[in-house]
Design a protein around this ligand. Structure first.
Ligand code: IPD
Length: 269
């Protein structure tokens, strides 16, 4: 069953990936804005989610669907598909080649504190890389089994992070980055949380933390990271979610969590 769900997640993510790749105009227009004027939606975000929902209606009509653009429609099976039709929309807007389709299926309530992620696929659109994971089945990049980097010291860790779209959160995030940056190898802001989490799995980053992730940013990439051997956690004993998500090898995650908790990083104050 899990393997079939992984296969379907991959079919969906690849189809949306082709749509987004082939349909990208030379100049992308903003269709709408959300939490702030810099939190944008393009026509392709909407088209990609519509395609994913159509395919799910055909293949799994009784499952729930939670998508970034169209919201939540409950199902009757206990499974919910969690969709990010373009993760890294600002990169897509500017033609920076780091954006992805994220498709996951979770059991239980579609809330990261409650769910168990079962299967997921992150399709990196520009380079055609396909990350997949099934709970208990491992994580793969284009079919090749993934394993996180052997734990380096915090001081030699390359750390990914991201920023929200609202000024008060950004001020708080800037304060945290100023504390973390002198203690690590360097910081990367790739611009797609799903690809950040997959980079933990494939060895492209050693550690990742971000406050403010939505369920669709986290669901598939979080499972890929975990199935490659990463710890995925929040602060103060919570699971990873919008409050805080940290991923990487257990030892350096514990060191980073200690810094983030001491700095009060799970708040925008
Ligand atoms: C965003 C990206 C970004 C992260 C933001 C997300 P979107 O998703 O994943 O890297 O820093 O928190 O909202 O808006 O491009 O789907």
């Amino acid at each position: 069953m899990t393997q079939e769900l992984v296969a379907l997640a991959e079919t969906l993510a690849r189809a949306a990936g082709r749509l987004v790749h082939d349909g990208r105009p030379d100049r992308v227009d903003v269709a709408a804005t959300k939490s702030s004027p810099i939190d944008v939606v393009t026509a392709m975000d909407l088209a990609s989610e519509a395609l994913l929902r159509e395919m799910l209606a055909e293949h799994r009509p009784d499952d729930g669907v939670l998508g970034e653009e169209e919201g939540y429609v409950p199902g009757t099976t206990g499974l919910t598909w969690v969709l990010d039709p373009i993760d890294g929309t600002v990169n897509y807007l500017y033609g920076i080649p780091a954006y992805a389709i994220s498709v996951a299926v979770v059991a239980g309530e579609p809330d990261p504190q409650e769910w168990t992620a079962v299967a997921g696929c992150v399709q990196s659109v520009s380079d055609g890389r396909t990350y997949t994971a099934g709970r208990g089945l491992g994580a793969r990049l284009d079919g090749r089994r993934l394993q996180i980097n052997a734990a380096p010291d915090l001081a030699t860790s390359l750390v990914g992070t991201g920023f929200g779209y609202v000024a008060q959160r950004r001020r708080a995030q800037a304060r945290i980055v100023a504390e973390v940056l002198p203690q690590v190898r360097d910081i990367r802001r790739i611009g797609s949380a799903a690809l950040d989490l997959c980079s933990i799995a494939s060895g492209g980053l050693d550690l990742y933390y971000e406050r403010g992730l939505n369920p669709w940013d986290l669901a598939a990439g979080g499972l890929v990271a975990q199935e490659a051997g990463a710890v995925l956690t929040g602060l103060d004993g919570r699971k990873a979610d919008a409050e805080m998500t940290v991923a990487g090898p257990a030892g350096t995650v514990a060191e980073l969590v200690e810094i983030l908790e001491r700095m009060g990083a799970a708040s925008d104050e």
